[in-house]
Design a protein around this ligand. Sequence first.
Ligand code: SF4
Length: 358
Amino acid sequence: MREGAPAQSTRSLRSLSASELEQLVLECGGKKYRAAQIALWLHRDDVESVDGMVNVPLELRSAISERGWVVEQMTEVGRQESTDGTVKWLYESWDGSKIECVLIPTEERNSICVSTQVGCAMQCAFCRTGRLGFKRNLSAGEILEQFVRTRRWLKERRPGSPALSNVVFMGMGEPMNNLDEVEKAVRWLHDQRSSNLARRHMTVSTSGVVPGIREFARRGIPAQLAVSLNGSNQEMRAELMPVSRRWPLPELLSAVDDYIAETGLEVTFEFVLIRGITCTDSAADELKEIVRNRKCKVNAIALNSSENEKLVSPSQEEIDRFFVRMGSARKFITLRQPRGRDILAACGQLAAQKGKAN
Ligand code: SF4
């Protein structure tokens, strides 16, 4: 094992729900209220090891460690800082799996984009992660560790910068295919005793897994929903996103409408602009129809870079034309500036550079 590497344990304390943590404390001979103390160390105070929980009795800490439970499971194996302040980390977890997370700072806030799986099975044509293949789901502990480590890093390296207040589940992986662990992570981040992040500060993004969207609404998971639309009709979407062959666009939009009706919340559509494919007059006309009379907004972004030579970033002129064509629906759509271009901050790019996800 590399020096400084975490214990190679699958038992992550941050993966436990509050009731599971209580159960563990009781099994280890501790008093129930100690679970709340431990939860604060884990989720508010960003402790790195069981030993660091200094107000927890030594016997209880030892009993927890002897059962193989650890706090952190990942080692930093790469970090790149962009000239615009964006930082991308590559972590190696307990089994050698590699995952990425990205810090996106602005003057007002710090946001983080976390991974939810090692690799991804969805194979979207414009995404490098899709090419890495799928290895496994991340645990809630591994998802939360990305957040905690970034918060610690900010405190040490950028003191005085805004708090880490926004989380997007939009890194490597399809969150709806790992919903139990994503839910646990969201609920800890939302917990008042923990990071106390409001629902509007967390966004779970899906490529269009319809049963996942329905389950997300049913469970009342306290995060916003974003859908990677990336195609204004079924044919175009199926070409770019194989998920659309399984759950075609009309089915996806119907699940989105039910989500809006059930929760009363707005949905964000992500829309990548690609020359001659999604950035055309007809695509703008179709997108207009999709956003009309729907409680939604669209985040458009020009394709960053792609190894697929058929997929090319549009020129500024083409983007401007697309926006003009949106006409009165223009108010629903925002053009996001790609961040961290110089460090290939789009998901999967660092892992792709360093080889496969495992
Ligand atoms: S865009 Fe997201 S869902 Fe699609 S392959 Fe990449 S990581 Fe997976």
